[in-house]
Design a binder for this molecule. Structure first.
Ligand SMILES: Cc1cc2nc3c(=O)[nH]c(=O)nc-3n(C[C@H](O)[C@H](O)[C@H](O)COP(=O)(O)O)c2cc1C
Length: 357
């Protein structure tokens, strides 16, 4: 399915080397002020940066086709369109017969036959995420009206891990560097890690951490539409995401209950917890603490270094040299995508739970 959400529904359309990509966001209440300049600046954050991103240069100018008139939502579906201008499809023809290891060429072709559009990764391209970021900017504005802030940053690139405790301001501060690290020092170390992989015609993975504060107690719909469940489903739609953990995450498996339990305390008359190993979620429902989660992003599949693959037509093993334009590391560009995707999930859950009119 290309649609996600219950009250606030996001549909993605287009393909990497087709005429355009974009999104339809349905369910935004009428009369909401939409800052179109802010929307564009969120989308700009996803654009590749200098030597640590793909050389493909797209302007990514968002056209608002419907649903917003004179800066206000009409209540109708909001259609957001981004044209593709810098496409070079020749380098992708071979992947129908010789699939790229680690990419979706084989599975896409097997499922959709030879008609599948694999130019630039087609519908499986990271380019599809521009629609998520544009629509997510509106979800962010909806949440901000209620004092809820969403911000993400890069926690790890390859072997370089930021070990400091961070909060939502780290995500905001990360906008000052291209790597999207919490500090400029971390950004330098991570940048070297990306460039080292690139110099070796290789790629490197990373971890993006997202923090959401200002949430009320009560978002999330157990049994099946828990905050973790809804968030995970959305995050696994982001190409390249291979794992997610909330709060202490997998480290909880090595803890005692006495260590992991977050003691309840009263802060300014509100029930809070003294620490946040639960990642702001208990029983699938937000508990008033920041929701904290991390997604693991794999090293980019399309590497310049020669690889072995299989010619699925002839059945012969063959050498493969990928010549298209690719990101040596996906994580920095995934930061605005993760933020936007998280905002869409939480705005939808807010509307379902009755906290947004
Ligand atoms: C912002 C962004 C940029 C991406 N850029 C590339 C890229 O340049 N080359 C590539 O092979 N994969 C890239 N990807 C990841 C692929 O789209 C993804 O690995 C592929 O569709 C297979 O899906 P999977 O990794 O989720 O299994 C990018 C993903 C995102 C979110």
């Amino acid at each position: 399915m290309n649609t996600i959400g219950s009250e606030l529904r996001l549909t993605l359309f287009g393909a990497s080397h087709g005429p355009c990509v974009g999104a339809v966001l349905d369910g935004v209440p009428p009369g909401m002020i939409v800052d179109v300049g802010r929307l564009q600046s969120e989308v700009d954050l996803r654009r590749p940066k200098a030597d640590i991103g793909t050389p493909r240069q797209e302007e990514d100018k968002v056209e608002i086709v419907s649903g917003i008139v004179e800066g206000r939502s009409t209540g109708g579906p909001i259609t957001l369109l981004v044209m593709n201008r810098d496409t070079d499809s020749k380098k992708y023809e071979r992947f129908k017969d010789v699939p790229r290891p680690g990419h979706a060429d084989l599975t896409a072709r097997s499922k959709y036959s030879e008609c599948v559009d694999l130019r630039g990764g087609g519908q499986f391209s990271g380019r599809m995420t521009v629609g998520i970021v544009a629509a997510g900017a509106i979800a962010k504005m909806l949440l901000e009206e209620r004092g809820i802030r969403v911000a993400a940053f890069v926690r790890q690139i390859g072997k370089v891990r930021d070990a400091e405790e961070r909060d939502v301001t780290s995500g905001v501060l990360s906008r000052s560097n291209d790597v999207r690290a919490a500090t400029d020092e971390m950004a330098e170390a991570m940048r070297s890690e990306i460039l080292a992989a690139k110099d070796e015609s290789d790629s490197v993975g990373g971890v993006v951490e997202c923090v959401v504060d200002g949430l009320p107690i009560g978002l999330g719909e157990p049994f099946f539409d828990t905050v973790e469940g809804e968030m995970s489903k959305m995050m696994f739609a982001v190409p390249g995401v291979k794992g997610i953990e909330f709060g202490a995450g997998f480290a909880a498996a090595g803890m005692r209950g006495s260590q992991h339990n977050d003691p309840f305390v009263l802060v300014d008359g509100k029930v809070r917890t003294a620490k946040n190993d639960a990642g702001g979620i208990l029983g699938g429902i937000t508990n008033g603490m920041p929701v904290v989660f991390r997604v693991a992003i794999k090293p980019t599949a399309s590497i310049a270094r020669g690889q072995r693959s299989l010619n699925v037509k002839s059945g012969r093993q063959t050498d493969l040299k990928i010549e298209g334009r690719h990101d040596p590391c996906i994580a920095p560009r995934a930061v605005p995508v993760v933020e936007a995707a998280a905002a869409l999930v939480l705005a939808d859950l807010s509307m379902r739970g009755g906290t947004v009119d």
